[in-house]
Design a protein around this ligand. Structure first.
Ligand SMILES: [Zn+2]
Length: 234
């Protein structure tokens, strides 16, 4: 009798094991949980933008009265603008993301390398950021300027929107939209895609620099630039 009871216990115990083996918990583990599953892998990019922070490396650009470099200010604005564009499903290709540059110490080669980066990326549009400078510090020259290729439709529309957006920030003067017909610029003229160069303000003007280098100013300008690009489909 004792043997039978022992046998029954062993059988019951074994059945529990067998049941456990087929219990729902032992189902093959799914590779992706709902949280980690790739959501929508077919997000359509709205286009490729090459953002070009002017100067860099051997060329710091112009200097503010307090020795801030145009290259650094332009880079900071460029990176902030790129972040907004990336969040809005644009592919952003930078010509540089630090003060290290891929090109040699040669002004023409420098500019042509930037154009080549846009070509290699099959970019839809090229935007270059700079700061202007006057004859001497605080000589009264201040404001933003936008350069485009004459009669180029996309950048004409973007420039008009940007002009309005920057004017609304009310930090400096509006020096208008200019074409490379009167002011040849290699990064615009050598590009075979729509290209625009923006002089955000004057690095020689203390008031322009104060706004452009403030956190509030940087965010507002980056937003004005990104919104102007996003408003016009590529
Ligand atoms: Zn410059």
């Amino acid at each position: 009798m004792k043997n039978i009871v022992t046998y029954m216990w062993i059988t019951l115990f074994s059945l529990c094991f067998v049941y456990a083996g087929f219990s729902p918990e032992k189902k093959p583990v799914e590779v992706y949980s709902k949280e980690t599953a790739p959501k929508n892998t077919t997000v359509v990019k709205k286009g490729v933008i090459t953002l070009d922070a002017g100067h860099g490396g051997y060329d710091g650009g112009s200097l503010s009265r307090k020795n801030l470099k145009e290259a650094d200010i332009a880079l900071s604005l460029t990176m902030k603008t790129g972040e907004i564009l990336k969040k809005n499903n644009y592919e952003v290709v930078y010509t540089r993301t630090s003060d290290d540059v891929a090109w040699e110490n040669d002004n023409r080669q420098d500019l042509l390398s930037r154009v080549q980066i846009a070509k290699d990326a099959n970019a839809d549009c090229f935007i270059s950021l700079h700061l202007n400078y006057g004859a001497y510090y605080n000589d009264g020259a201040r404001g933003f300027e936008i350069y485009i290729k004459d009669k180029e439709e996309l950048t004409t529309n973007m420039a008009k929107t940007l002009e309005t957006n920057l004017q609304e920030l009310n930090f400096t003067q509006n020096r208008g939209i200019k074409t490379t017909q009167e002011n040849p610029l290699l990064v615009i003229d050598e590009n075979n895609i729509p290209a625009m160069l923006v002089e955000i303000g004057f690095i020689s003007d203390d008031k322009d620099v104060a706004y452009i280098t403030s956190e509030k100013g940087q965010d507002a300008i980056a937003n004005a630039l990104a919104q102007s690009i996003m408003k016009h489909p590529l």
